[in-house]
Design a protein around this ligand. Sequence first.
Ligand code: MN
Length: 269
Amino acid sequence: MRLVSYDDGRVGGLDGDRIRPLPVRTMRDAIAAWEAGELAVPADTEGFPLGDARLRVPVADPSKIIAAPVNYRDHQAEMSTESQVGALGFFLKAPSSLLDPGGTIQLPYHDRRFDQEGELALVIGRTARRVSEQDALAYVFGYTGLLDITMRGGEDRSVRKSFETFTPMGPVLVTADEFGDPGRAELRCWVSGELRQQASTGDLIWDVARLVAYASSVTTLYPGDVISTGTPAGVGPLAAGDTIRLELSGLGLDLTAGVAADEIGRAHV
Ligand code: MN
């Protein structure tokens, strides 16, 4: 099932270029229906054109956004770091940094570097605590695209990645059964038409099952929580006026975001 959140957060199934509304109020309700084995897209509704909807972030209020640092070896090489996910664990991005598809990233300072990081993300479907790698994928509701916008520098990752608008996510949330093997997704990310990132999730150092199992060994994962799997090589600086496009195989719709300088435009101090 290919799901979108739209307008005031209601949920529809995406069928070609039409949205068929689901009889639920929010994506959280859709996740609960999935857990109960009752999630279905009505086949008999006419629906309406995708272009008539304002697409929203698939889950607006996750209790947490967990993200993997340095989870591709080629990205580890470009960052010239000795550490990768096995030594670093994970970091948290503030849920308040989420941005709707097609939104505009606001760069908060004019004298710091900000990079795009295109990533495959997953949404948790049922409460998970200390689950095994073997069982982990059964806790995944679905998959979506995420841009982990990042300020470079010495602050903690959770600071550098939590500015308002720094987490565009969506636009499609594909249920795990339809998405298939999360280790076989192809990712491409363009900035203002330049292809910067191209990778397969088969190159993840820690795959989705290991990320879910590890995260659940630290904290309880709740339905709607997001885990972003990390970014491959090709991160690079963003400037006001840029446009970002993230393509993930299996989603069918690309995640886009604009870039602007925060109107305050202050220097970092
Ligand atoms: Mn990242």
